[in-house]
Design a protein around this ligand. Structure first.
Ligand code: AMP
Ligand code: MG
Length: 418
């Protein structure tokens, strides 16, 4: 091990990126990632949040029969004109075989989801008919094709309905189940090494001394990792000592991506960048024009991407949302999802220093036609309690010193709570 670490300031890029540029930098580098991706077979009940790694095809046509979308009467449209009387020749409910052809001048009662009998080319809603014994009278003209979904119109047999790289949400797992695919080949969730740093940090289940703090960052990072579709690998905490930090980082570089918190500012004991540099890391950015989160670092070391996120808890959380989520998407073989940014009306005037884009803990409400957002009182980037009262971050652009009440602003949703 080298005895002298590189000087801070000689380590990485010197220009500060905007958060959009920084995120794009992450995306660009991850797209060039050459490391082979692991796959795993996942049962459809467990597959939510995975990204499918193979094409999934239908096993038959969908719908497999002409499927009624109404309760009413299956008819030949030409016979069921306004004022016509047709004899009701029986009924067909969902699941019944529909094999008997519909004779001319007859109809059959049909339920939603049931198959049209051969020869029927329309369904008339029960509300548009009158019944007297087995005679059905039609109140209006009938158009061929109305009120049923033709066989094969949703998908042909053997058609690909889920392509590799598709994220499995509730509709996608239902679709896989619908076509009988219950074991799905998916990208193995990227393993995200989580390493906190700092002499002051104790395990969350330990009683901290009067000047120590619990390792809440490892908890938030693990939670964010899971939400983003990764598998957290807890690597504990490294004190601010080169030897231990180096060993922990080397261990973390065995994972798909390493996310560290703390030790990336300008303090005497902020050693993360120097240790990484000493391990041969390349740095793609080491400053982003945001508050909180300005000293965020992203690079690659021994073929593993790493993030050095600032240790103040809100900084850690914001920078994870802005940058690490995109990396996890791409490591899953999916596209990077857009950030959940939406427009809202500012509920009260605000003032901020210019130069950095601010992400302020805020609450958005959806009472009127447009969502309204108000920043919360907070004590800066260590204030987890304020963030836990927030359901979004209010984004104050770097060039705006004042924003008046009523103006439109962007908010970054905390999607997991709103
Ligand atoms: P650093 O980025 O290392 O200068 O850390 C900034 C501040 O963040 C520290 O003074 C701690 O109060 C806090 N902090 C650092 N690491 C953690 C952690 N793992 N959990 C909670 N707070 C932390
Ligand atoms: Mg520290």
């Amino acid at each position: 091990m080298s005895t002298k670490l590189p000087e801070l300031g000689t380590i990485g890029p010197t220009t500060m990126l905007t958060h959009e540029q920084a995120r794009q930098t992450v995306i660009d580098h991850l797209l060039q990632n050459k490391r082979p991706r692991a796959t795993t077979v996942v049962n459809v009940w467990e597959a939510l949040g995975y990204v499918v790694a193979h094409a999934i095809q239908t096993d038959r046509e969908y719908p497999p029969f002409d499927r009624s979308t109404r309760d009413g009467y299956a008819v030949r449209a030409a016979d069921a004109s306004k004022g016509a009387d047709l004899r009701c020749a029986g009924e067909v409910k969902a699941g019944d075989p529909a094999t008997t052809p519909l004779a001319r001048w007859t109809c059959v009662q049909i339920m939603t989801g049931a198959a049209l009998p051969p020869g029927a080319d329309a369904v008339v809603m029960i509300e548009h008919t009158q019944r007297e014994g087995d005679k059905i009278r039609f109140d209006r003209d009938t158009r061929a094709g109305q009120n049923f979904v033709p066989r094969g119109s949703e998908a042909k047999s053997g058609q690909t309905i889920l392509t590799p790289g598709t994220r499995l949400g509730f509709a996608e797992v239902a679709l896989a189940a619908q076509v009988g695919q219950t074991e799905l080949l998916c990208a193995a969730k990227p393993r995200v090494g989580i390493l906190s740093t700092g002499d002051e940090i104790v395990l969350v289940d330990q009683k901290p001394g009067p000047f120590q703090i619990r390792n809440s960052n490892s908890v938030s990072l693990a939670a964010q990792t899971k939400l983003a579709g990764g598998e957290p690998v807890l690597l504990g905490n490294a004190p601010d000592r080169v030897d231990v930090l180096r060993a922990k980082i080397e261990r973390g570089l065995r994972e798909d991506v390493l996310v560290m918190s703390g030790g990336v500012s300008m303090g005497k004991y902020d050693l993360v960048e120097a240790v990484l540099k000493d391990l041969g890391a390349e740095f793609y950015f080491d400053a982003v024009a945001i508050r909180p989160g300005r000293p965020a670092v992203f690079g690659r070391c021994r073929d593993t991407f790493f993030f050095g996120l600032p240790g103040n808890p809100v900084s850690t959380m914001v920078t994870f949302e802005l940058f690490v989520t995109a990396a996890i998407d791409l490591l899953n073989g999916a596209e990077a999802r857009a950030l959940p940014l939406v427009q809202a009306q500012l509920g009260e005037a605000l003032k901020e220093k210019t130069g950095l884009t601010h992400f302020l803990p805020a609450r958005v409400q959806w009472q009127g036609a447009t969502p309204e957002v108000k920043p919360l009182t907070w004590q800066g980037s260590g204030d987890v309690a304020a963030l836990a009262r927030a359901n979004c971050f209010l984004v104050v652009p770097a060039d705006r010193e004042e924003i008046a009440a009523g103006e439109t602003v962007s908010i970054l949703l905390r999607k997991e709570v709103v």
